[in-house]
Design a protein around this ligand. Sequence first.
Ligand SMILES: *[C@@H]1O[C@H](CO)[C@@H](O)[C@H](O)[C@H]1NC(C)=O
Ligand SMILES: *[C@@H]1O[C@H](CO)[C@@H](O)[C@H](O)[C@H]1NC(C)=O
Ligand SMILES: *[C@@H]1O[C@H](CO)[C@@H](O)[C@H](O)[C@H]1NC(C)=O
Ligand SMILES: *[C@@H]1O[C@H](CO)[C@@H](O)[C@H](O)[C@H]1NC(C)=O
Ligand SMILES: *[C@@H]1O[C@H](CO)[C@@H](O)[C@H](O)[C@H]1NC(C)=O
Ligand SMILES: *[C@@H]1O[C@H](CO)[C@@H](O)[C@H](O)[C@H]1NC(C)=O
Length: 414
Amino acid sequence: MNVLIYKLPLLFVVLSVTANQNPQLELENVLSRLSSKIKESFIGRELPDDVFLNISQYLTKHGYPLESHGITTEDGYNIVLHRIPSKKNNSAAILFVPPLGCSSIDWVSYGSNNSLALLLADLDYDIWMVNPRGTRYSMSHVTYNSSSEEFWDFSFHEKGYYDVANSIDYILNSTGLQKLATVGFSEGTSASLILPATRPEYNEKISLMVLLSPIGYMGGVRSKIALLGVEFLDLLMDLAKYIHFYGLPYFDLIPDLLVAVCSVDDFIPICRDVVESTMGYDPDELDLDQFLIIMSDKPAGLSFKQLFHYGQEIRTKSFRQYDYGTTKNLEVYGSNDPPAYNTSEITVPVAAYYGKNDYFAAVEDVNKLLGELPNVADNYLIEYEYFNHLDFLFAIHVKSLVYDQVIDVIKKHI
Ligand SMILES: *[C@@H]1O[C@H](CO)[C@@H](O)[C@H](O)[C@H]1NC(C)=O
Ligand SMILES: *[C@@H]1O[C@H](CO)[C@@H](O)[C@H](O)[C@H]1NC(C)=O
Ligand SMILES: *[C@@H]1O[C@H](CO)[C@@H](O)[C@H](O)[C@H]1NC(C)=O
Ligand SMILES: *[C@@H]1O[C@H](CO)[C@@H](O)[C@H](O)[C@H]1NC(C)=O
Ligand SMILES: *[C@@H]1O[C@H](CO)[C@@H](O)[C@H](O)[C@H]1NC(C)=O
Ligand SMILES: *[C@@H]1O[C@H](CO)[C@@H](O)[C@H](O)[C@H]1NC(C)=O
C-alpha cells in the first residue's frame, strides 16, 4: 500500500507531463478510453448527481444567481471573479480565496446546507469568489501564452499581492463599500495574509480576515507526501526546469479518470488512503459523494512554484518570500535570503479555525502565527479530534463543527 501511495502521484505527474507537452488527441483518447473501461468493468457507487458540474451549472441547478466579472491584474493576468449577488442593496461583501489547485466552485458545491458561501448568501451577504491565476477560469495573460514559463512564474505570493489586492479594489469600487471581509482556506490563507503584510494600506480595506486552516509557518507539517517532496525539493526544482514543465493546467480528463477510479468499490479505500495519508486520517467524517464532487474538477490548475515555495517554507520553518538562491535573491530582494513576511503589519481583525489532525496546519504552527498577529478576533480550535485539512470541504458535520462558529463571528464583525 505504501509503495502505491508514492507511485500514484508519480503516475499522475507522468500523465500530466505528457498532457502538457502534447495536449493532443492521443492522450485524450487513452485517458477517456481508460475511464470508460473502468466504468464498464467494475461495480461502483452510483455517481452523485452534481458530479462534473461547473459553477454556473451547479448554481443554476440549486437556484442561485451567478455573475462573472473579468479583471486584469496589475501584472497582466486576466482573472475571473464569480459573484452571488445579494437580494438586498448595500449588503456587506465577502471575498473568498480558494486553496491550491481549487477554484470558486469549491465554496458552493456542498449545497446550501453545508457550503460556507451558500450559507452566507442565504443570510444576504454579497458573495465574491476569486479564481486566482492559473486556475480553470483564469487562464490568460495580456502578453504571456498560458503554456509559457513566464505565465506559470507565480506562487501564492503573487496571488495575494495581485489577485486578492486587485479583486478587493474591484469589489469596493463596484459596490461603493469602504471595506469587505475575506475568507481564505489553506493556500487562500497564505495569500490573504501576504497582502496586508506586504501592502499594509490594504489593512484599511478589510473588515475581518477569516482563516480556515491557516498556512503561514509550516515547521509542523506531517503530510508524508509533502515531506517526501521536501526531501527531493532541489531535484524536483531542477527537473521542472529541465523538462520545461512549470505548471499543471486544468485538463478535464484527469478528474474524469480520478472519479472513475475512486467510485469503484475496490478502489475507494485506496483513494481514501492516498487522500488521508496526505491530509490527515479521519475515520468517520468523510462524505464520499461530496468527495467525488470535489474531485470532479481537480486539479483546477496550479503552478509548481507554489509547491516549491511551500517546500521551502517547510524546510526552513519560516514564512517568507520565494528563495531563488543567493545570486538571484540579491538581484530581486537586495539580500542573500528572501525577506520574511512581516506579520506585525497584519493589523486587520483575524479569525482562525483549525483542526487537531490537520497534517498541513499544525496546531503549534497556527499558535505561533496567531501569537504574532496584533489583532486576533477569534482563535478557534475545532473540538472534533480527527478534523483534518480537507474536512472543511467534505466533513459530514462541517456546519456544526465549524461553520456555525464562523458565521457568528462574521455577523458580529461586519
Ligand atoms: C459551464 O458549462 C456550460 C456548458 O458547457 C457553459 O455554457 C458555461 O459557460 C460554463 N460555465 C463557466 C463558468 O465556465
Ligand atoms: C436597489 O437599488 C436599486 C437602484 O438604486 C433599486 O431600483 C431597487 O429597487 C433596490 N432594491 C431593493 C431590494 O431595495
Ligand atoms: C437541508 O437540510 C434540511 C433539514 O435537514 C433538509 O430538509 C433539506 O433537504 C436540506 N437541503 C439540501 C439542499 O440538502
Ligand atoms: C501558445 O503556445 C502553444 C505552443 O507553443 C501554441 O500551440 C498555442 O497556440 C499558443 N496559444 C496562444 C493563445 O497563443
Ligand atoms: C472604478 O469604477 C469606475 C466606473 O465604475 C471606473 O471608471 C474605474 O476605472 C474604476 N477604478 C478601478 C480602480 O477599478
Ligand atoms: C515590521 O512591521 C513593524 C510594524 O510596522 C515594524 O515596526 C518593524 O520594523 C517591521 N519589521 C521589519 C523586519 O521590517
